[in-house]
Structures are given as C-alpha cells and as structure tokens.
Design a protein around this ligand. Structure first.
Ligand SMILES: Nc1ncnc2c1ncn2[C@@H]1O[C@H](COP(=O)(O)OP(=O)(O)OP(=O)(O)O)[C@@H](O)[C@H]1O
Ligand SMILES: [Mg+2]
Length: 356
C-alpha cells in the first residue's frame, strides 16, 4: 500500500553552515507522481535523502501517513530509492542485484526467486538474470536499478535523476514506462529532475525549488500557465517578462510600450512584473492599419529558430523591447524572415502577474 508524505518546515544545514534546504513544506499525496524540479544546487537531492532517511533534518518533521518518521532509520522506512548513477553492484548478476533488499529482509530463497522474477518481468528484463551490469546498456542498467527498488514493494519510491544518463530517445521511452509502472502499482513516487520538460511530461504535481526553498507547488499546467514568481516563469520554458508601472488599467513598461493588464488585475501593486508566453503572441506581416489598442504592437523580426513543429522568432519592437514569439509551423509560405515588419497581438488575459 503506498503512502502519503508530509514535509513540515524542514531545513537542512550541513556541517560548515551550508543551508541546503530552507523551511520546505509540502504534502505529497498517496499514489502521486511528484517531482522536485530546480537548478543545480537548489536542494533536490538533500530533500530526497531526508525523505529516504540518509540525512537528518536540522529542523522540521517528515511524516508518512501521519506518523512522524523524522528519526526512523532509512532501512525501517519501507522506501525504495533509485540513485542517479544506479549504484548497482558491479560484480553481482542482475538477479543478485535485484535480490539484495529481499536478502537483507531475510526472506527465504524460493520467495526471493519468485519476487525477483516478477520484478524483472515488470521492467521487461526477463532472460537477463545472469548478466553483470557491465554487460548491459545504460537503459537496461537503469531498469535493473528500478527493479531493485520496486521488488521490496516499497510504500514510496524515490528517484534521483534516474534518467539523466540516457540519450533522448531512450529517455523518452523510459519516462513513458516509468510513469506507466507507477500508475499500475499505484506507487507514491518522488522524482528529482532538473529537466523542466521531463517534469511537465511526467508529473501529477511539481515543486519548483530555488536556493533551498520551494517557489511553487502545482500541476504541470498550473506551473506553466500560472507561474507565481519570476523565477518559476523564467525557469519553466521560454517566456517574456516585462516590469513596469501601473497606469490605470495598463502597465507602462517603458520604451513606448503600454500593456493592457488582465481585467482580473485591476487592483494591486503600483510596480509589477508580468509574464507572457511566446506561443500566446500572434504574429502577422505588418499591414499599415492600426491594430486593436493595447494588445497590438509593431516590430521587426530579428532572427528565427526552426524547432520543427514550431518556429521561435526574436522580434524587436519599435520602442526597442525584444520579445520571443513562437508560432506553429504551418508550412513554408507562412514563415517570417529576418527584416520582416510584423504586427504582434495577444489577449490581455494571457499576461500573468508575478510576485517578485
Ligand atoms: N554533504 C554535504 N556537505 C555540505 N554541503 C553539501 C553536502 N551535500 C550538498 N551540499 C550543498 O547543499 C546544496 C544543495 O545540494 P543538493 O545536492 O541537494 O542539490 P541538488 O538540487 O540535488 O543539485 P544537482 O541538480 O546538482 O544534483 C549545494 O549548495 C551543495 O553544495
Ligand atoms: Mg542532486
């Protein structure tokens, strides 16, 4: 049976004074695919290791299904962990690697053999029982590490950048398989990654971390469409951020650019930042007629970046602001080229007001 995890005001200060995790609070639900996402050094691994019991919090508590486990040793927590480098035993066979946790628990040989067989079948490695890690591909080693973690039927599975070493294609395949396995087993899975696309693709919810703190917790769509802070807006995907002064229903961002604020943002701070995703902007060849007031401006295409399914344009507005615009690839006749004069339009409701 999988478990819920409550992280209540947890901090970790390492010897030497590094505050790696700073008053983190989050509730991970039973059966949830929950990702910790953030740049290198933001405290993801430290948080995961505290959940696993390999590090002790300097402050705060960790509860599993409501029970305080802050000081319960790792081997009594009933959690499986997949480390970034797999950490397989090089001189043992695949079967012996997978059997490790079961032997530690003192199960009998027949039971162990049956469980190992089932776990290897689950990750589609049947038949490779007698190989050693060096005789496997990176993706297969990754699956052995996964089998070793799930064979003990953990209440929680913890994965620290488990797909980091794989090439893109295999990585996508493993993302899909891991997600399927997690749903099939109903596992509570805490997944560490610094790859925003991976987190958006796989997670039920994501915690975005920065400098030891949690900036925002939300579903992939909430994190992408409603970033709460400048950091989240900037870290997740491409975005345009404008900072300016409120003038009535508008935001004056300087250089002759005045943006109509969403109607829902009629009140609030006098100085604020807003984010606008590149794909929310519509681009047309400039026609010499005035567009709709407030949400239409003119500029010139500076350069283009062909992404396959879409094209990313960098456009310089008449006043000098530079913005990114993404358009679906609708065929070569619709492509803009550097030097094209263009009109940019968007819906004011697509501007997201950020907390700084
Ligand atoms: N054992 C340790 N002793 C002292 N400082 C540490 C220790 N482990 C990590 N740190 C520091 O704590 C901070 C957070 O490290 P952590 O490994 O949790 O980051 P991370 O988000 O997992 O980064 P990455 O994406 O690079 O793996 C960093 O500044 C790191 O240097
Ligand atoms: Mg790490």
């Amino acid at each position: 049976m999988s478990a819920s995890i409550e992280i209540a005001g947890v901090s970790k200060v390492y010897d030497g004074g590094v505050r790696a995790v700073d008053t983190v609070a989050m509730d991970i639900r039973q059966g949830e695919f929950f990702s910790l996402l953030g740049p290198s050094g933001c405290g993801k691994t430290t948080t995961l290791r505290m959940i696993a019991g390999f590090e002790t919090p300097s402050a705060g508590a960790i509860r599993v299904d409501g029970a305080d486990i802050t000081h319960v040793p790792a081997h009594k927590r009933d959690m499986g962990m997949v480390f970034q480098n797999y950490a397989l035993f090089p001189h043992r066979t695949v079967a012996e690697n997978v059997a490790f946790g079961l032997r530690m628990r003192g199960l009998d040989k027949t039971t162990i053999a049956a469980k190992v067989k089932a776990a290897l079948a689950m990750v589609e490695l049947s038949g490779l029982e007698d190989r050693r890690p060096a005789q496997l591909s990176g993706g297969q080693q990754q699956r052995v590490a996964l089998a070793r973690a799930i064979v003990i039927a953990p209440r929680v599975l913890l994965c620290d950048e488990p797909l980091g070493a794989l090439d893109k294609k295999l990585r996508q395949q493993m993302q899909f398989e891991l997600k399927q396995l997690q749903k099939k087993l109903g596992l509570t899975l805490v997944f560490v990654t610094h790859d925003q696309e991976e987190a958006l693709a796989m997670s039920d919810r994501i915690a975005v971390m920065n400098g030891g703190r949690v900036e925002q917790v939300g579903t992939p769509t909430e994190i992408y469409d409603q970033p709460k802070t400048r950091f989240v807006a900037d870290f997740i995907g491409d975005t345009n951020i404008f900072r300016g002064e409120r003038v009535g229903p508008n935001l004056d961002v300087g250089k002759n650019l005045i943006l109509a604020l969403p109607a829902t943002e009629a009140q609030g701070a006098a100085v604020l930042s807003v984010a606008l995703r590149p794909e929310k902007i519509r681009l047309t060849l400039r026609a010499d007629v005035a567009g709709a007031a407030g949400s239409s401006v003119h500029g010139m295409v500076e350069n283009t970046n062909f992404l396959g399914g879409a094209v990313l344009y960098r456009v310089t507005l008449e006043g000098g602001h530079r913005v990114l615009v993404q358009q679906p690839n609708a065929g070569t006749t619709h492509l803009f080229v550097p030097g094209n004069g263009v009109t940019l339009e968007w819906t004011p409701a697509d501007l997201v007001v950020l907390k700084d």
